[in-house]
Design a protein around this ligand. Structure first.
Ligand code: ZN
Length: 114
Protein backbone atom coordinates (compact mmCIF):
# COMPACT_ATOMS: atom_id res chain seq x y z
CA UNK A 1 0.00 0.00 0.00
CA UNK A 2 1.25 3.48 -0.76
CA UNK A 3 1.83 5.54 2.34
CA UNK A 4 0.53 9.04 2.88
CA UNK A 5 2.98 11.83 3.53
CA UNK A 6 2.15 13.67 6.71
CA UNK A 7 3.84 17.00 6.10
CA UNK A 8 1.74 20.15 6.01
CA UNK A 9 2.59 20.41 2.33
CA UNK A 10 -0.01 17.73 1.72
CA UNK A 11 -2.85 19.30 3.57
CA UNK A 12 -5.35 18.17 0.96
CA UNK A 13 -4.48 14.53 1.56
CA UNK A 14 -5.17 14.87 5.26
CA UNK A 15 -8.41 16.62 4.47
CA UNK A 16 -9.53 13.74 2.29
CA UNK A 17 -8.35 11.21 4.82
CA UNK A 18 -10.60 12.91 7.32
CA UNK A 19 -13.50 12.78 4.91
CA UNK A 20 -12.95 9.07 4.57
CA UNK A 21 -13.56 9.17 0.86
CA UNK A 22 -10.36 7.56 -0.28
CA UNK A 23 -10.99 4.84 -2.78
CA UNK A 24 -8.50 2.16 -1.94
CA UNK A 25 -7.87 -1.48 -2.61
CA UNK A 26 -8.62 -2.36 0.95
CA UNK A 27 -12.30 -1.97 0.13
CA UNK A 28 -14.05 -5.30 0.69
CA UNK A 29 -15.51 -5.41 -2.81
CA UNK A 30 -12.03 -5.31 -4.37
CA UNK A 31 -10.79 -7.91 -1.98
CA UNK A 32 -13.69 -10.08 -3.00
CA UNK A 33 -12.69 -9.78 -6.66
CA UNK A 34 -9.03 -10.56 -6.04
CA UNK A 35 -9.87 -13.50 -3.81
CA UNK A 36 -12.33 -15.00 -6.26
CA UNK A 37 -11.67 -18.20 -8.13
CA UNK A 38 -12.51 -16.43 -11.37
CA UNK A 39 -9.84 -13.77 -10.89
CA UNK A 40 -7.21 -16.27 -9.78
CA UNK A 41 -7.80 -18.34 -12.89
CA UNK A 42 -7.76 -15.32 -15.20
CA UNK A 43 -4.65 -13.97 -13.51
CA UNK A 44 -2.78 -17.29 -13.73
CA UNK A 45 -3.71 -17.72 -17.37
CA UNK A 46 -2.77 -14.15 -18.25
CA UNK A 47 0.62 -14.18 -16.57
CA UNK A 48 1.43 -17.50 -18.22
CA UNK A 49 1.04 -15.86 -21.63
CA UNK A 50 2.51 -12.51 -20.57
CA UNK A 51 5.34 -13.40 -18.18
CA UNK A 52 7.29 -10.15 -18.49
CA UNK A 53 6.70 -6.70 -17.00
CA UNK A 54 5.44 -4.48 -19.83
CA UNK A 55 6.81 -1.25 -18.36
CA UNK A 56 10.28 -2.71 -17.88
CA UNK A 57 10.11 -4.16 -21.37
CA UNK A 58 9.56 -0.67 -22.78
CA UNK A 59 12.81 0.35 -21.06
CA UNK A 60 14.55 -2.67 -22.54
CA UNK A 61 14.67 -4.43 -19.21
CA UNK A 62 13.60 -8.03 -18.89
CA UNK A 63 11.80 -8.43 -15.59
CA UNK A 64 9.59 -11.27 -14.48
CA UNK A 65 6.02 -10.08 -13.93
CA UNK A 66 4.55 -10.73 -10.51
CA UNK A 67 1.29 -8.83 -10.81
CA UNK A 68 -1.56 -8.76 -13.29
CA UNK A 69 -2.65 -5.16 -13.22
CA UNK A 70 -5.72 -3.37 -14.52
CA UNK A 71 -4.60 -0.76 -17.05
CA UNK A 72 -7.60 1.34 -16.12
CA UNK A 73 -8.02 0.79 -12.41
CA UNK A 74 -11.24 -0.73 -11.14
CA UNK A 75 -11.68 2.26 -8.85
CA UNK A 76 -11.59 4.45 -11.95
CA UNK A 77 -14.25 2.39 -13.68
CA UNK A 78 -11.98 -0.07 -15.48
CA UNK A 79 -13.27 -3.45 -16.59
CA UNK A 80 -12.21 -6.18 -14.17
CA UNK A 81 -12.59 -9.14 -16.51
CA UNK A 82 -11.67 -7.69 -19.90
CA UNK A 83 -8.28 -9.07 -20.98
CA UNK A 84 -7.58 -5.91 -22.96
CA UNK A 85 -7.65 -4.02 -19.66
CA UNK A 86 -4.92 -6.22 -18.17
CA UNK A 87 -1.15 -5.91 -18.17
CA UNK A 88 1.68 -7.81 -16.52
CA UNK A 89 3.86 -5.81 -14.14
CA UNK A 90 6.72 -6.50 -11.78
CA UNK A 91 6.30 -5.56 -8.12
CA UNK A 92 8.21 -2.34 -8.46
CA UNK A 93 6.34 -0.99 -11.50
CA UNK A 94 3.04 -2.00 -9.97
CA UNK A 95 3.77 -0.08 -6.78
CA UNK A 96 4.72 3.03 -8.74
CA UNK A 97 1.65 2.82 -10.95
CA UNK A 98 -0.76 2.19 -8.09
CA UNK A 99 0.64 5.04 -5.99
CA UNK A 100 0.24 7.37 -8.94
CA UNK A 101 -3.35 6.29 -9.64
CA UNK A 102 -4.35 6.63 -5.99
CA UNK A 103 -2.83 10.11 -5.86
CA UNK A 104 -4.66 11.12 -9.01
CA UNK A 105 -7.94 9.94 -7.54
CA UNK A 106 -7.35 11.88 -4.34
CA UNK A 107 -6.54 15.01 -6.29
CA UNK A 108 -9.70 14.58 -8.33
CA UNK A 109 -11.82 14.28 -5.19
CA UNK A 110 -10.10 17.28 -3.69
CA UNK A 111 -10.63 19.45 -6.74
CA UNK A 112 -14.29 18.52 -6.85
CA UNK A 113 -14.75 19.64 -3.25
CA UNK A 114 -13.14 23.03 -3.63
ZN1 ZN B 1 8.62 -3.52 -14.15
Amino acid sequence: MPYLPTTTKYKWIRQIKKDNKIISYSKPEYRKIYNSQRWRKLRAEYIKHNPLCVICKKDNRITEAKVVDHVKEIADGGDVWNVSNLQSLCDRCHRVKTARAVNNRKKKIYNKER
